[in-house]
Design a protein around this ligand. Sequence first.
Ligand SMILES: C[S@@+](CC[C@H](N)C(=O)[O-])C[C@H]1O[C@@H](n2cnc3c(N)ncnc32)[C@H](O)[C@@H]1O
Length: 338
Amino acid sequence: MEVEKLCAERAIRILRDSELLLPSASAKSGRTSGVVRVPVRDGLSEVAADILRSSGIPSELCVDVFKVSSRRVRFTDLLKDVVPGSVLERIPRSYQQIGGVAVIHLPEDLVNYGSVVGEAIARVSPSVKAVYASSTTEGEFRTRKLRKIWGEDIAETVHVEYGVKVVLNVERVYYNPTLSYEHWRISEEVSDSEVVLDLFSGIGPYSLHIAFKRRATCFAVDSNPWASIYLARSIALNKLRGRVVPVLSRAEDFLELAGENYFTRAIVDLPHRSLDYLGSVLRVVTCGGTLHVYSVSGEEPPAPKLPGGARLVEVRRVLDYAPRKYVYGLKIVKLCAQ
Ligand SMILES: C[S@@+](CC[C@H](N)C(=O)[O-])C[C@H]1O[C@@H](n2cnc3c(N)ncnc32)[C@H](O)[C@@H]1O
């Protein structure tokens, strides 16, 4: 897309913070003087234009080809002469960035190297203000214990997924930014006026993406009170077209109370146990309605036993979960009785 040269720097910063910029590609001069062409991810130009407009930056859509550079400096490159080789080998190559916070699975006995690791991460990702070493996710709420290894004390942060803002405290709620594409992808399938059940919603990224784009209603159900609180705050942060209703409840209780054939679509995201809920979720979905079910399995995808009134129509690998274990996305349609 094209913006005026004077606004280009601000536009690039806003689009980068919103995850809308094409990674590793640089802006270039436009065909006419005084304008700059900014590389935006495929299919997201309209969202990008909306966001720039709301920041007072006019833009024009255009089509162009941008070179993508294949090599970026990694934080581990900066550690080469700083930590012993045997330590460097055990430092994970990747970390998650959630808003201004970076989270890395640093082995317990390497925490002494935390501050140099944190500083290296902040040098390659300048928007990082704090770096935490984390445990794996645990307990019903799938939260993780964090230990700050570098930077400011940031309790909360705002992360932006394809223009949708989610506010959270990384220690209080489950959140995985690697799923942002999946959140966006599911929202693309939803139509205006649908009624969606977002079961095990966490801080509600599926619901927020859907309501950001469609005049749909989403019920986001989670048993972690902090998840509902942060979802309520994210609802206030975004300009939503549709409605999101945060529901603080255990899934079992909600499903018992919900009326039959009420939701046109359900998202079921508790990968170790989602399949246990299939029967009760099918009861509350309308005939012809869709279920998006996430489930962990090995190289072979899960093969759920479905009642006669439902058909599996799609299976995709969505996430690497552990060595040779993956989260799969299953799409199931509830059939109408003949
Ligand atoms: C994998 S996380 C959900 C992630 C979320 N859908 C997302 O995309 O970010 C699973 C969520 O289920 C919630 N949870 C676990 N058991 C539950 C139950 N029995 N009823 C309701 N929520 C539950 C946890 O608090 C956690 O937020």
